[in-house]
Design a protein around this ligand. Structure first.
Ligand code: FES
Ligand code: MG
Length: 587
């Protein structure tokens, strides 16, 4: 029989069974009794497990978690725990104005307070839509109580007229057809709707599939959990197993800091290249790492990730969608390839199972070679990110897996070819300015230009806008020019296939080099040496900087809400994880 001393090891018993402070115990206890839970349960020494619920009517991507939580609850109870479900601030990627990225750090703060201030011994993190995953992992990192992530799973494959229609990607493609007047508004909306056929998150390899896959790669989800489509029976079953496992983790005192080590992040970077993951991943993983005091930079992403080939043939880089990825083997299949090729840096990294990555995936296999390629016959060689630097910025990311073969041959693959791409910069101050002026003939935009958008970083456009993948002027699209080089201090949707240079840090609003650029300046980007520069001498750049500072710095729009003002005053840049600077020291 358990003694009181044993039960006091659980932090929840400081609330519910603390004879040293009967007054507070009574206050805490009586109100949690009022909905029918018994004193016996609350003082039983059973672990109390939170379900951090991100699903709601405002968050359709994660809404299915409301259903799945029932199976999580069953698992918690079956393993001898008590469940307390509570809401997380909603983050809907496609619903929140001005951007859902604004709310990642707000949801983080709210969840830190809930986990720290309430009687919880462990927590199930219900992840899914883009920013929900990093927000919840960051909070678990800060409070560091036993935590396990549960993905809501991707939507079923979308289909339109016999072809796969993937989240986001179908819209980017259809938008071009609309601009070229090949389809009308009605058909445009029909295509968008067809790409979203069920509950779940984006079915492409966008930021959601990326971050859910990486939560498994980090060891924070049960093996095989990430890729199961939301409506599948296995999704409910893994929810039950997740509930069971978190109770055991509390007994084992297995904490986020034991799992999300430097070794785990290195594995995740390699996995990200192999899956063709989103350019939002470095922002979020660098952010999670900072809350654990793990050193992780964009140089690590290039050093560990660039050489890794693309194995997963999912849109936007490839052809298939989420159901196909699951059937082909999902994250376990990818890990089987990476481990088999000896390319996973740390197969012995610990996971939520209490076992290592190598143990978890010992029997994993790929069951469809069309969807998950072998390491020796990949879709694209060297498919990871490049980290560019120069007088335009200290760091900006380029996703090489989506570069066209011609562009790759010309600028990236041939080490003897001195070619760098150089062009006349066309500079836009934010997405509204881009939309107002992109078709202005006075700009004389041709295929030798580089489109630049600034004022779109964490401070300039609070949270950072997903706008760097700018489409060319309609006149050029009609001539068959479907993409142009783009540079920006904002982000790009993970569902976009554009080879943009983005997440530029520091941003223009923090007086990075982009703030000094003018339309007509020449910009030169050399992918092989990783440089990006304005071709103007330092003296003139210094003059421009002095003039801009004298004029009060780079202008950005007014705050619209209190949180926008608060976050802008303390947010770090994309390369540093866009974290709230004062939050990092709480570990
Ligand atoms: Fe929510 Fe893509 S918009 S997952
Ligand atoms: Mg997105």
């Amino acid at each position: 029989m358990e003694t009181r001393k044993d039960t006091m090891k659980l932090r929840s018993q400081q609330w519910f069974d603390n004879p040293d402070n009967p007054g507070m115990t009574a206050l805490y206890l009586e109100r949690y009794l009022n909905y029918g839970i018994t004193r016996e349960e609350l003082q039983s020494g059973k672990p109390i497990i939170g379900i951090a619920q991100t699903g709601s009517d405002l968050s359709p991507c994660n809404r299915h978690h409301v259903e799945l939580a029932k199976r999580v609850r069953d698992g918690i109870v079956a393993a001898g725990g008590i469940c307390m479900e509570f809401p997380v601030h909603p983050i809907q990627e496609t619903g929140k104005r001005p951007t859902a990225a604004l709310d990642r750090n707000l949801a983080y703060l709210g969840l830190v307070e809930a986990l720290y201030g309430y009687p919880l011994d462990g927590v199930v993190l219900t992840i899914g839509c883009d920013k929900t995953t990093p927000a919840l992992l960051m909070a678990a990192a800060t409070v560091n109580i036993p935590a396990i992530a549960l993905s809501v799973g991707p939507m079923l494959n979308g289909w339109y007229r016999g072809e796969r229609a993937g989240s986001g990607t179908a819209i980017w493609d259809a938008r071009q057809k609309l601009a070229a007047e090949e389809i009308n508004y009605e058909e445009f909306i029909d295509i968008a709707a067809a790409s979203a056929p069920s509950v779940g998150y984006c079915n492409t390899m966008g930021t959601a599939t990326t971050m859910n896959s990486l939560a498994e790669a980090l060891g924070m989800q049960l093996p095989g959990s990430a890729a199961i489509p939301a409506p599948y029976r296995e999704r409910g079953q893994i929810s039950y197993e997740t509930g069971r496992r978190i109770v055991e983790m509390v007994h084992e005192d297995l904490k986020p800091s034991d799992i999300m080590t430097r070794a785990a992040f290195e594995n995740a970077i390699v996995a990200n290249s192999a899956i063709g993951g989103s350019t939002n991943a470095p922002i979020h993983l660098n952010g999670v790492a900072r809350h654990l005091d793990v050193e992780l930079t964009n140089d690590d992403w290039q050093r560990l990730g660039h050489e890794i080939p693309l194995l997963v043939d999912l849109q936007p880089a490839g052809r298939f969608l989420g159901e196909d990825f699951h059937r082909a083997g999902g994250v376990p299949g990818v890990f089987a390839e990476l481990i088999g090729a000896g390319k996973l840096p740390n197969p012995d990294a610990l996971t939520v199972t209490g076992k290592s990555v190598a143990e978890n995936y010992a029997d994993a296999e790929v069951t469809d070679r069309e969807v998950i390629r072998s390491f020796d016959a990949p879709l694209v060689e060297k498919a990871g990110f490049i980290n560019l630097k120069g007088n335009l910025f200290d760091s900006a990311i380029m996703k090489t897996s989506v570069i066209s073969p011609e562009f790759r041959d010309r600028y990236l693959s041939n080490p003897d070819d001195p070619d760098a791409f150089e062009g006349r910069a066309i500079v836009f101050d934010g997405p509204e300015d881009y939309h107002d002026r992109i078709d202005d003939p006075a700009l004389e935009i041709d295929e030798h230009c580089i489109l630049v958008v600034r004022g779109t970083g964490p401070i300039g456009y609070p949270g950072g806008a997903e706008v760097v993948n700018m489409q060319p002027p309609a006149a050029l699209i009609k001539r068959g020019v479907h993409s142009m080089p783009c540079i920006g201090d904002g982000r790009q949707s993970g569902t976009s296939g554009s080879p943009s240079i983005l997440n530029a840090s520091p941003e223009a609003a923090a007086m990075g080099g982009l703030a000094l650029l003018k339309t007509g300046d020449r910009v030169r980007v050399d992918l092989r040496v990783g440089s990006a520069n304005i071709l103007i001498d330092n003296a003139e750049l210094a003059e421009r900087r002095a003039a801009l500072e004298a004029a009060g710095g780079f202008a950005f729009p007014e705050h619209q809400t209190p949180w926008q003002e608060i976050q802008r005053s303390m947010v770090d840049q994309f390369d540093k994880g866009m974290v709230l600077k004062p939050a990092v020291k709480y570990q």
